[in-house]
Each structure stands twice: as C-alpha cells, then as structure tokens.
Write a protein that binds this ligand. Structure first.
Ligand SMILES: Nc1ncnc2c1ncn2[C@@H]1O[C@H](COP(=O)(O)OP(=O)(O)OP(=O)(O)O)[C@@H](O)[C@H]1O
Ligand SMILES: [Mg+2]
Length: 378
C-alpha cells in the first residue's frame, strides 16, 4: 500500500505546497530589498510552510537564512541562544565555525559542545543568567547578524516564526531593543511571521509599538479554491484514487477551505477508503466521522473548559454559520442575555482561539469543531 499522500501537522514544501506563488514572490523580493516584512495569518493557513519554502529558494540563490521559532523559547536567555545559534550557523555554514565565531565575537559567554540524548552533537552559546550581564549579551546578540553579514559582505535573512511571542518573553523591553538594533542592519532582511493576528497588527499599526510601520505587511489568506482543487485532484489520482470536482467542492466547504483542515479531511478520506476508489459524498461524511473520533478527547476537553454562556455563544454561532447576527431576537432565541455578556464570551472565545475574527464576522478556527458541536449538541 502506498503512503498517505496528505500531510498534516508538518510544514509542507516543494511539490507538497499548493499555490502560494504570489506570496513566495513577495517574500523573495522583500528579502532581496532588505525589508522588515510582517507576515500575518490565522493559525494553520501555512505560514511556516511559506517560510521554509522561501528559505529553500533563497538558499539556492546563496542567501543564507536563519529560522527561529519563538514558540520554542522559554526565557530571554533561551531565546538569545536560539537566535544566536541560528544566525551563526546560517552565516558560517557549519557548526564548528559557528562555535568558533561565537567565542571570538561575543564577550562573557561560554560556548560549549555537548552530545544530545540521541547521540547528536549539540552546542549552546552559554549565556549568563544574571540580569545586567544578560542584557549586555542581548544587545551583542541582536547586533550579531549585521556584523557577520558585513564581515562576509553578504545579505543575510532572518525569519522569526510566531514573532508575537517576544512580548511574552520580556515585555516591551526586548521589542524595543530589537527595533533599536535592527534599524541599523542594512545587510540583514527580516521576516516576522505571526498567527495572533490582533497582536501582530498592533505591533505594526500602533504608534506606541516599537515596530510601528517599520516594514510592509503580507496577509496570508486562503488558497484559491481552483488551485487547491487542482492540487488535491492530482494527489488523489497519483495515489490511485479519484475524486470528482463536485466532491472537491464538498471537501473544501466542509473544511472552510483552511489548508490544514482540507488536508486533514483528505488524509482521513484516504484512510477510510484504504487508498482506493472514487470519493463519494458518503465517504466525505465518513471522513468527518473519522476526524470526530480522532479529536473526541480534545474537543470534549475544550468544551469542558468553556463556561455555560460561552457554550451557548459558540453553539449559536455554529448554527448561524459565523456571521454575527446579534439582534435582540437572536439573543433571545439562544438565551444569551444582554449583549455585554455576549461580548465577554466572544472575547474569551477569541482568546482561547476557538474563534477568529475577520472584519465582518467570527469564524471557527477549526471548522471540524463547529461540525462536532452541531452533531453532538444539535
Ligand atoms: N500551500 C499549502 N499547500 C498544501 N497544504 C498546505 C499549504 N499550506 C498549509 N498546508 C497544510 O496546512 C498544515 C499547516 O501548515 P503550516 O504548519 O505551514 O501552517 P501554519 O500557519 O504555520 O500553522 P500554525 O499556526 O499551526 O503554526 C500543513 O501540514 C499542510 O497540511
Ligand atoms: Mg507555524
């Protein structure tokens, strides 16, 4: 039996990536131009995939790229270590050289090489945990990219994924220090990607934020349905299955066209069909059931965490399809009480990432959760 061709939960690159030509081109051009580009989208739309594909394409043109995922950083010292190592490795090309450069350029650190539990070589820069020293080291590390790029007369790109998390690390201090340092780095291009949309927009649009209007923004939206359908249909065909265009429309509709959810449903379809045959509407329903079973514990735990009022609010939204018809009749019908309570519940649901908010309406971050609510709590 062939392998399930629909990948979920890992970033996709190369032939696994559907469409995104415009976005890739924009990232490429902005990096060449030396910009600070802000890449913003809801979760699971494919930001990390875009960053990794862009990194491959830039590296093919001899532009080194350092990739840092801020979700990995658990403290300021840890972030500096991740950032410093990524930058040194990208600019120097090899761990041994990176290690030597760290010892040479950074004062007050103790770079060390260790062997991981899996027997792989690992190294760390070895920051001090003492506040005044750490802040000095922070400024050295932030200035490092330009210094290395200047030394080698190259352009260097730095991608920071889940960038909004810097606010959790050191309040506004780190953000201010970054802005101060990065604006004197003509050889270094930055792409800041983030999924907490309101925080990311605030970082670029609020005049009180250090990164206020410091670069262009790129909102990553959905993949155009026709492009996505072409990609999916080829994948089904190549793996020995087939699917009619009308069924692909049903798949996209059931997944709200969100890239992760579309792939998840196709992944599930491939499993329930044992990788064979023609996809029917009945199969699509079985695919959704398969996902409900796989996610049952997670969905139940999520539902348990919601207050009764939040549950009534999400259920009402699931029924109405996400538009916000908060009329008096609607509030009465769903027993939602005064609109101030609804506003409180909506704010909590956004914070818990159950919902996203676009300009005009609330959307379920996970359309399968919406379907699960409708099927379990009719
Ligand atoms: N261009 C694409 N073509 C095909 N599938 C895609 C594409 N972009 C995203 N996906 C699907 O979505 C999943 C999530 O992609 P990715 O991790 O890049 O998104 P993300 O926005 O970084 O998500 P998160 O918010 O969880 O970090 C992938 O595993 C893949 O199934
Ligand atoms: Mg990601």
């Amino acid at each position: 039996m062939t392998k399930n061709p629909f990948q979920i939960g890992v970033p996709v690159t190369g032939p696994e990536l559907a469409d995104r030509q415009t976005e890739l081109e924009t990232i490429f051009k902005e990096v060449l131009a030396g910009s600070r580009l802000f890449l913003i989208s809801p979760r699971r739309y494919g930001k990390t995939s875009l960053l990794l594909e862009s990194r491959n394409r830039l590296q093919a043109q001899n532009i080194p790229v350092a990739y840092v995922d801020l979700y990995q950083a658990t403290s300021l010292a840890h972030f500096l270590d991740l950032f410093g190592r990524a930058v040194l490795e990208a600019a120097e090309g090899a761990v041994e050289k990176a290690l030597r450069m760290a010892g040479e350029f950074l004062r007050g650190v103790r770079p060390t090489m260790t062997v991981s539990a899996r027997g792989l070589p690992e190294w760390s820069i070895g920051f001090s945990q003492q506040q005044p020293d750490l802040l000095k080291q922070r400024d050295q590390i932030l200035a490092l990219p330009q210094m290395l790029a200047e030394g080698r007369k190259i352009r260097l790109a730095i991608f920071m994924d889940e960038f909004q998390e810097i606010r959790a690390l050191d309040g506004p201090a780190l953000e201010r220090a970054m802005r101060a340092s990065f604006q004197h780095q003509p050889r270094v291009s930055y792409v800041f990607a983030g999924s907490k949309e309101s925080l990311m927009w605030e970082m670029v649009q609020s005049r009180w934020s250090p990164f206020f209007r410091s670069g262009p923004t790129l909102s990553v939206g959905l993949i155009p349905p026709e492009e996505f359908k072409k990609y999916l249909s080829e994948k089904f065909l190549k793996s020995g299955m087939s699917v009619k265009p009308e069924r692909l429309d049903e798949i996209l509709a059931g997944s709200d066209n969100i890239p992760f959810n579309v792939q998840y449903l196709c992944h599930a379809l491939w499993i329930v069909k044992n990788g064979e045959g023609n996809v029917s509407s009945e199969d699509i329903r079985s695919g959704i059931e398969y996902i409900f079973a796989a996610e049952r514990e997670y969905y139940t735990a999520l539902w348990d965490q919601l207050s009764l009022h939040q549950r009534r609010t999400v259920r009402a939204l699931a029924k109405s399809g996400g538009a916000a018809p908060f009329t008096a009749a609607f509030l009465r019908e769903h027993d939602l009480g005064p609109s101030a309570s609804v506003a409180r519940s909506l704010a909590q649901l956004l914070k818990r990432e159950v919902l996203n908010k676009s300009e005009t309406e609330y959307r379920f971050a996970d359309p399968f959760f919406k379907a699960w609510i409708l099927s379990t709590m009719p």
